[in-house]
Design a protein around this ligand. Structure first.
Ligand SMILES: Cc1cc2nc3c(=O)[nH]c(=O)nc-3n(C[C@H](O)[C@H](O)[C@H](O)COP(=O)(O)OP(=O)(O)OC[C@H]3O[C@@H](n4cnc5c(N)ncnc54)[C@H](O)[C@@H]3O)c2cc1C
Length: 398
């Protein structure tokens, strides 16, 4: 069998792997091959809501999302303008005990350079006339946030990488991996690559691959759900995505007057090879009751589709991006805690800097907070936690 030398082999054609292939090709790093047993965006990337918001948990997140957001706007403008809309994002609550943490979140996010401001009840109603609020309510608005079509975006990255010479091996069996003579052997029945570097970008599957290689990582795959709904009258195309802190349901506009509504972080570990791909009845009931109370115009929406995908959490909510400790020339980009679409482009660009110059100071500065080496070997994964909370580091959360 032919044994082909390549510079980098990437496992996984989700947004992380495809964006990494794109950025490596732009840096002309050398022959790069991306392998996936499925097709681009067949994993979590093709099941995501595509909300892009700077209302996140730490300064690194805000920077990376801002960088990703800029890149998504540029790429979609060139390749698929319909895949991007700058509609803004709002979090809100009616519960007075959450007002102080929301105010703290505003201060913290402003310190990190995010463009956010608080809205009182009257302002909330003006910004989101579709929603109904009780006596008192407080919201946090980030008007420059956006949402994207994650499948289209992953495809744009894949196509951009392919045009710059990256080879895609899709629909191949999961490759056999071994470290031999200072190279990674990446073997499928029809060919073998001899890669200088191997990158695990396999989303929820990364945990199992790393374990098989003898380098376990503190990742926990978990299931989360989304529904596509058709309201009785079409929703306006640019209403701001809204996250209700009291029910943990978020809603965003979708094409043709439809809406996407989601929540439902499963608190248990899931197996990405064997999980229930459809939405649970309890999930749909929760969405229906939230729409009834909060979004009365959409209470009688028709359920067009309802599905689940598998995301991956880490103990501190930060992803794992960089060299796998104790392993030679093995890298990872995974553990996005449910926010891998919004962080994907910027994270991949940063990893491409590291792969171009592993000892350079630039990569250390760009990826320091998410380096896998922050966890001692053998650190177990934590149970997953809900997504759009107000938590920051170890600060209080709901
Ligand atoms: C319902 C839902 C809603 C979401 N909403 C949002 C949102 O609004 N905003 C946001 O930012 N994020 C959101 N996310 C999270 C986001 O989808 C993920 O964080 C992101 O897609 C992860 O991308 P990835 O490329 O790391 O993994 P994936 O997209 O899962 O890709 C992993 C790929 O690896 C491949 N693979 C598996 N095994 C192997 C192997 N052995 N060799 C090679 N390849 C392999 C798989 O086939 C798959 O294609 C949501 C997720 C879900 C499920």
């Amino acid at each position: 069998m032919e044994r082909e030398p390549v510079e980098v082999a990437i496992l996984g054609a989700g947004i992380a792997g495809c964006a990494l292939a794109y950025h490596l090709a732009r840096r002309q790093i050398g022959p790069t091959v991306l392998l996936d047993p499925r097709t681009p965006a067949a994993g979590a990337s093709g099941r995501a809501a595509g909300v892009v918001t700077e209302q996140l948990w730490n300064a690194w997140d805000v920077e990376v999302v801002r960088e990703s957001h800029r890149e998504y706007a540029d790429l979609c403008r060139e390749w698929d303008p319909g895949a991007y809309r700058r509609n803004g994002f709002l979090r809100f609550t009616e519960q007075p005990e959450k007002f102080a943490p929301l105010r703290e979140a505003e201060e913290r996010l402003k310190r990190w350079g995010a463009s956010v401001h608080l809205l009182d009840r009257a302002e909330l109603e003006r910004r989101l006339p579709e929603a109904r609020f009780g006596e008192s309510a407080l919201g946090l608005d980030s008007p420059h946030d956006a949402c994207v079509d994650p499948t289209a975006l992953t495809g744009i990255y894949a196509e951009g990488a392919r045009r710059r010479g990256v080879r895609f091996e899709l629909g191949v069996p999961s490759p056999g991996l071994a470290r031999e003579d200072g190279r990674w052997s990446v073997r499928v029945p029809s060919f073998e690559l001899r890669a200088r570097r191997l990158v695990l970008a396999a989303g929820a599957w990364t945990k199992g691959i790393a374990r098989t290689l003898g380098h376990p990582l503190p990742l926990t795959p978990y299931r989360t759900q989304l529904s596509l709904l058709r309201p009785p009258t079409p929703a306006r195309a640019e209403f701001p995505s809204g996250h209700d802190l009291d029910t943990d349901v978020y809603v965003r506009p979708e094409v043709n007057g439809r809406i996407l509504a989601g929540n439902g972080t499963g608190p248990r570990e899931a197996d990405p090879e064997r999980f229930a791909t459809g939405g649970d009845p309890e999930f749909l009931e929760h969405i229906a009751s939230t729409l009834g109370d909060r979004w009365p115009r959409w209470a009688d929406s028709e359920v067009v589709a309802s599905w689940a995908g598998v995301c991956t959490s880490t103990p501190d909510r930060r992803p794992l991006i960089g060299a796998v400790p104790g392993a030679e020339e093995l890298f990872v980009i995974a553990g996005f805690n449910g926010f891998g679409v919004m962080r994907g482009g910027g994270s991949a660009r940063r990893l491409s800097v590291l792969l171009s110059d592993p000892d350079g100071a630039e990569a250390g500065a760009l990826l320091g907070p998410v380096a896998p080496s922050r966890f001692p070997p053998g650190t177990p994964g934590d149970p997953p936690r809900p997504g759009f909370t107000l938590e920051a580091g170890r600060e209080p959360r709901f």
